[in-house]
Design a protein around this ligand. Structure first.
Ligand SMILES: [Zn+2]
Length: 172
């Protein structure tokens, strides 16, 4: 996308204030990017808008259990001022980001989320599978975390490549 500076991408975003922040246009633009680039999600900071909001693709409605009344579901879910709590097992997965980063992350299989829609209505749900992964990726963006920031696993992979894989290769 090339729309955000590196400094913006490392910024912890501010809460959306529905009194003063005009989020409609930003959310439309994020949805447009998701369609155009076939993304799993897109967040405010990726377009240089440093507010706590993102849009994820609603890939499988069966992956959502609503604890509140469900919103009118579209092919995407817009989450404003989200809170995300990780649940269940963690597994490593290789992710890439449209803005040009990629790397391994540990992701939880399930997340509990509370968020607001673009009108400020509040929702609560449990999401799992790929949807939970999209939510964790985009939520990280709101805290200035990119997929290449997860150092421990990268160190382990480097160690494996430098130490373990030559041993494995030597035996073959
Ligand atoms: Zn990303």
């Amino acid at each position: 996308m090339g729309l955000a500076t590196l400094e913006q991408l490392h910024t912890i975003c501010e809460e959306v204030d529905f009194e003063t922040d005009k989020v409609y246009g930003k959310v439309d633009y994020l949805k447009e990017l998701i369609r155009k680039y076939d993304l799993g999600g897109a967040s405010g900071p990726e377009i240089g808008y440093l507010k706590r909001l993102f849009v994820v693709v609603n890939d499988k409605p069966a992956n959502i259990t609503w604890f509140s009344e469900a919103p009118t579901l579209e092919d995407t879910i817009t989450m404003v001022n989200p809170e995300v709590r990780l649940q269940g097992v963690r597994y490593p997965i290789y992710e890439s980001c449209q803005i040009g980063y990629s790397g391994f992350k540990l992701r939880a299989y399930k997340v509990n989320v509370t968020f607001q829609d673009i009108d400020g209505n509040e929702f609560q749900a449990e999401m799992k599978g790929r949807l939970a992964q999209f939510v964790q990726h985009e939520f990280d963006h709101l805290n200035g975390i990119l997929v290449n920031n997860f150092k421990p696993l990268q160190r382990l992979i480097r160690w494996y490549r430098s130490v373990a894989s030559p041993i494995v290769n030597a035996k073959n």
